[in-house]
Ligand binder design. Structure first.
Ligand SMILES: [Zn+2]
Length: 195
């Protein structure tokens, strides 16, 4: 099956657009991301307990915790986009674009229109890959200090995927037609359907 079109076929029209560079959308996505992050964090606090999570030993390892978290998160931002890129490259073999816009890093494949299935795979790839990677670390690492760093990394990952999850939810629930085409310039995804 064809994964993409190089030009928008005739009789296709735009049905939706997500623009992370648009002020209002950016603000809403950031607020939802923050809520998601907190919501994912709370079960850990309830399961483990605030005292255990931040016990004196964990607090004495302040720098290990901060270093692992911030270092890990910077690395994660880059790797997250590279996973989008790898998925797009495998599926389309076309030129990619990477960059930063305000509060988001992005990866897109701007010169083509990608069909629903390929777009869904590329959109969800980092969420799946890093959930599989971070969740066991967040659940099973017992080392004081490191434990909290991995839990925070996992929560930040889920929060950072809010834009991707929104795009994926649109394709899973609202635009289920396999003929759906998506143009992803990186910060902006535009959805097209035949009339
Ligand atoms: Zn992403």
């Amino acid at each position: 099956m064809k994964q993409f079109e190089t030009e928008l076929p005739e009789r296709y029209r735009q049905v939706y657009e997500i623009d992370a560079k648009d002020g209002k959308t950016g603000v809403i996505l950031n607020i939802v991301a923050l809520l998601f992050g907190v919501l994912v964090f709370l079960p850990f606090v309830f399961a483990i307990g605030f005292r255990t999570l931040f016990n004196p030993e964990a607090r004495s390892r302040y720098w290990l915790m901060l270093g692992t978290y911030f270092g890990g998160y910077l690395l994660y931002i880059v790797l997250h986009e590279l996973v989008h890129g790898a998925a797009y490259k495998l599926l389309t073999r076309r030129k990619l674009t990477f960059g930063f816009a305000m509060t988001v890093a992005y990866c897109g494949v701007p010169d083509i229109y990608v069909y629903r299935k390929a777009s869904l795979i590329a959109t969800l790839a980092p969420f799946v890959v890093f959930t599989v990677l971070f969740l066991p670390l967040a659940l099973f690492v017992r080392t004081p200090g490191l434990r909290i760093a991995f839990i925070l990394l996992f929560c930040s990952h889920v929060a950072g995927c809010v834009g991707d999850l929104y795009g994926a939810a649109l394709m899973l629930f609202r635009f289920r037609d396999p003929k759906l085409l998506v143009r992803d310039t990186g910060p902006k995804q535009t959805y097209y359907l035949p009339e």
